[in-house]
Write a protein that binds this ligand. Structure first.
Ligand SMILES: Cc1cc2nc3c(=O)[nH]c(=O)nc-3n(C[C@H](O)[C@H](O)[C@H](O)COP(=O)(O)OP(=O)(O)OC[C@H]3O[C@@H](n4cnc5c(N)ncnc54)[C@H](O)[C@@H]3O)c2cc1C
Ligand code: SF4
Length: 480
């Protein structure tokens, strides 16, 4: 008898909106095994597998879902890990609606299969079987030691992927991270309520167990330059995965007033420094009552939902385009709305005024309308004349994009960068203009996604392996 198609995704249990806006615990609670198997049953096992082509790292989605249908969850997790080293992270933060789920055959008539939710369940299930510090996987065999040494600069998803791949190939790998904790945006940017930090730490611990050395509090460009890593520090190759963490600000009057923050600082205080638990943790954070966050991406959404959780009575999202153009993940937009974030679309700040104490007090905005498409293909916002109005605010958070930090560029003169300061690197290999130096992730592409950074890391790892294994042996050259 033909299987009856279930039209909608199996709902994922979540904390109620009223409860979660007052805490930093994870919003989505994840499937039970019964729910996961029921959702897996919705898959049509399409022979043309459009979902695989829709995944930037080409996970064999029908194969892992088939294993879940049989109840072999660990097998499903192993299948995913053949292509994706961080499934518990990607199952939570990937924009599946623009990737695998967008092209799922089910969308022709119904909701797509909940591929992200299944990926998350498989990874969490496997981890739950393990002991602390393990990510669930028994340690894979390492190739015999090659004596080659690779430095990864930054510890975001691109570098973690490079490190994980190269350590298995027998190389010695050191990850240098400027901050006191490894993980990149996964720890300093994305809040606990979307991605629990214990999950990221589990993955870092796993790399350490494999033998990767992680050196935090080490700023490359200050502690060592890239040339020093390749010279006296004795590394055979360097991968640069330093992300795009330099905040941009709008050039409007009042932008330097106390009470105006970059999203980067606001989120780093809350996530990395645990300021939301002040005074238990040392770092304070402003607990604004009338907060306006400017922007429409994931960073803006994370900031405005953080403001709510810090006790804001009004948490507004001010965005110059319409909701359809917002680059944030759809689920986060829906969750923010349920939690009570006030969406002010087609609105742009023009000036910020101080209150009598010299802090932020009012923000002047204009209304916008959408004109002709710009080079990104999105319709450009155009100011509506005479539409000025003011908002009472005590905190403004700017989430209008981030750029490349200039430190490595400034200390590595022969590293070719483009006019925006991003490193020029070959798309297929990550090779840069400097021999032995590779790069990938946001420092090459500009702000993108976790899975794209991981994909770039995987390609670079392959190229670095080929490069270092082709080098003459150290004894022949006198290199350290
Ligand atoms: C708030 C926020 C939310 C996001 N949400 C999502 C999401 O939901 N889904 C999604 O797919 N993507 C999301 N993104 C984008 C995604 O996180 C990034 O595309 C991804 O993390 C880029 O990875 P990366 O390895 O290039 O670098 P990053 O993750 O940026 O890590 C770079 C690391 O390098 C370190 N570093 C920088 N300079 C130096 C130096 N000189 N020496 C040593 N270390 C250095 C930094 O401290 C940082 O830890 C979000 C981004 C932000 C900011
Ligand atoms: S496209 Fe959708 S239904 Fe088809 S195999 Fe992939 S997940 Fe299953």
């Amino acid at each position: 008898m033909a299987k009856k198609l279930v039209k909608t995704k199996t709902p994922i249990p979540c904390q109620a909106a009223d409860a979660r806006r007052a805490n930093f615990l994870e919003v989505a609670l994840g499937y039970t095994k019964e729910m996961a198997v029921a959702e897996a049953e919705r898959c049509l096992k399409c022979s043309n597998q459009p979902c695989v082509a829709g995944c930037p790292v080409e996970i064999d989605i029908p194969a892992f879902i088939a294993l879940m249908q049989q109840g072999d969850i660990s097998g499903a997790a192993r299948k995913i890990k053949e292509k994706n080293a961080l499934p518990a992270v990607c199952g939570r933060v990937c924009p599946q609606e623009d990737q695998c789920e967008k092209v799922c055959t089910m969308t022709k008539k119904f909701e797509p299969v909940g591929i992200g939710r299944l990926e998350r369940f498989a990874a969490d299930f496997e981890a739950a079987q393990a002991f602390p510090g393990d990510n669930g996987a028994s340690l894979p065999a390492r190739a015999p030691k090659t004596g080659r040494r690779i430095a990864c600069v930054g510890s975001g998803p691109s570098s973690l992927t490079v490190a994980g791949d190269l350590i298995l190939l027998g190389h010695e790998v050191t990850v240098f991270e400027a901050l006191h904790k490894a993980g990149g945006v996964l720890v300093y940017g994305i809040p606990e309520f979307r991605l629990p930090k214990a999950i990221v730490q589990r993955e870092i611990d796993y790399l350490s167990r494999l033998g990767v050395e992680v050196r935090t509090n080490t700023v490359i460009g200050k502690s060592f330059t890239i040339d020093e890593l390749l010279g006296e520090e004795g590394y055979d190759a360097v991968f640069i995965g330093t992300g795009a963490g330099l905040p941009h600000f709008m050039k409007i009057p009042g932008i330097n007033l106390p009470g105006v923050y970059s999203a980067n600082e606001y989120l780093t205080r809350s996530n990395l420094m645990k300021a939301y638990r002040f005074p238990e943790y040392d770092t304070p954070i402003v607990r604004g009552q009338r907060v306006a966050v400017v922007g429409g991406g994931n960073t803006a959404m994370d900031s405005v939902r953080t403001a709510l959780r810090l006790g804001a009575k009004e948490a507004r999202l001010v965005y110059r385009r319409s909701r359809a153009e917002m680059p944030a993940r759809k689920e986060e937009v829906e969750h923010a709305e349920e939690e009570g974030v006030i969406f002010m679309m087609l609105t742009n700040p023009t000036r910020i005024f101080a209150d009598e104490g010299g802090r932020v007090g009012l923000m002047e905005c204009v209304k916008m309308e959408l004109g002709a498409p710009d080079e990104s293909g999105r319709r450009s916002p155009v100011v509506m004349p005479g539409s000025e109005f003011t908002l009472e605010v005590d905190t403004v958070v700017m989430a209008v994009g981030q750029g490349a930090n200039p430190l490595i560029r400034a200390t590595t003169p022969d590293l070719k960068c483009n006019k925006w300061g991003y490193i020029e690197a070959d798309e297929e290999t990550g090779r840069t203009s400097k021999p032995g130096v590779f790069a990938g992730g946001d420092i090459v592409s500009g702000g993108a996604t976790v899975i794209l950074a991981m994909g770039a890391g995987r390609k670079a790892a392959r190229a670095i392996h080929a490069y270092v294994t082709s080098l003459p042996r150290r004894a022949e050259t006198g290199r350290r």
